[in-house]
Design a protein around this ligand. Structure first.
Ligand code: F6P
Length: 319
């Protein structure tokens, strides 16, 4: 293999730049040429592709977002769109592609794989919902962003003796809400993977008030319902007045944490190693802090599972 491509697709995640840097530098170190494909699969279809040099990834390891830009591309879900993308890759002489993104991006990589084209998936999403890896690039940074926001909300909740509902991203996964809820000491965590017992929540809230507790933080994953919908339910069954904070896209921004920079650097380099070894149709990930690679079909066909031990622990600690 002489020439590879790299793209970022779907929702951006802090650490994507560190992953791009690792792909470019590792590839050049091993004598490969690297082409950046801009705006994800959208740019692949339209041929927005440029050669990347060592310096093109200088001064980006600490920056959030992605220098290659990103997009959601419905056209690439069709066989026609995929063929157009493949044509561009062939015309540019690109023999393998590293796709950095979430589950939608992996489905695109799987489609190229099915067309016989070598692709490696690198997990980049704040949702932490890629099957086969314990962590995705961006999750740790987003988690810290949410915790920082909740800590601040707690200050005002405490001053005003209020109950706050904080809506957290994650699409249909509850990882971000759960980890943030545990690490920020939320009283209640509402995630799509577990049914919420409204009666038990009511008892807990009211008991807390009885023993002098003045404020509460409830974290709601967006995959369950919106923060304001949940707030209405809380007020309806408890009579408690609430305030709602929707953290929104701030969760996707910011400088990546050390953990995300490390993960991104290691996984980006690992993806290049696989291409150099002539492998395609693989996804890279981390398990017990060891790098792994596995069939990308596993990532696209199996359901994501969240660690329910953490959910049980959060319940024990928020009595
Ligand atoms: O997948 C990342 C994510 O931020 C999800 O948590 C969220 O549901 C979605 O993307 C939002 O997408 P968009 O930025 O397209 O509105």
């Amino acid at each position: 293999m002489k020439r590879i491509g790299v793209l970022t697709s779907g929702g951006d995640a802090p650490g994507m730049n560190a992953a791009i840097r690792a792909v470019v530098r590792k590839a050049i170190y091993h004598g490969l040429e690297v082409y950046g494909i801009y705006q994800g699969y959208q740019g692949l279809i339209s041929g927005h592709i440029k050669k990347m040099e060592i310096g093109s990834v200088g001064d980006i390891i600490h920056r959030g977002g992605t220098i290659l830009h990103s997009a959601r591309c419905p056209e690439f879900q069709s066989a026609d769109g995929q063929k157009k993308g493949l044509k561009q890759l062939i015309e540019h002489g690109i023999e393998g592609v590293v796709v950095i993104g979430g589950d939608g991006s992996y489905r695109g990589a799987k489609a190229l794989t099915d067309l016989g084209y070598p692709c490696i998936g690198v997990p980049g999403t704040i949702d932490n919902d890629i099957v086969g890896t314990e962590f995705t690039i961006g999750f740790d940074t987003a988690l810290n962003t949410v915790i920082d926001a909740v800590d601040k909300i707690r200050d005002t909740a405490s001053s005003h003796e209020r109950t706050f509902i904080v809506e957290v991203m994650g699409r249909s996964a509850g990882d971000l809400a759960l980890w943030a809820g545990l690490a920020a000491g939320a009283e209640t965590i509402v995630i799509p993977e577990e049914p919420i017992d409204m009666e038990a929540m009511k008892v807990r809230l009211l008991k807390g008030l009885e023993r002098g507790k003045k404020h509460s933080i409830i974290i709601v994953a967006e995959g369950v319902m919106s923060g304001s919908e949940f707030a209405e339910k809380v007020t309806e069954i408890t009579g408690i007045d609430t305030r709602v904070s929707v953290l929104g896209h701030m969760q996707r921004g910011g400088s990546p944490t050390a953990a995300d920079r490390m993960l991104a650097s290691r996984l980006g380099a690992k993806a290049v190693e696989l291409l150099l070894a002539g492998k395609g149709g693989r996804a890279v990930g981390v398990e017990c802090n060891e790098l792994i690679d596995y069939d990308i079909t596993e990532a696209t066909s199996l359901p994501h599972k969240l660690d329910l031990d953490i959910y049980r622990l959060s319940k024990e600690l928020s009595i």
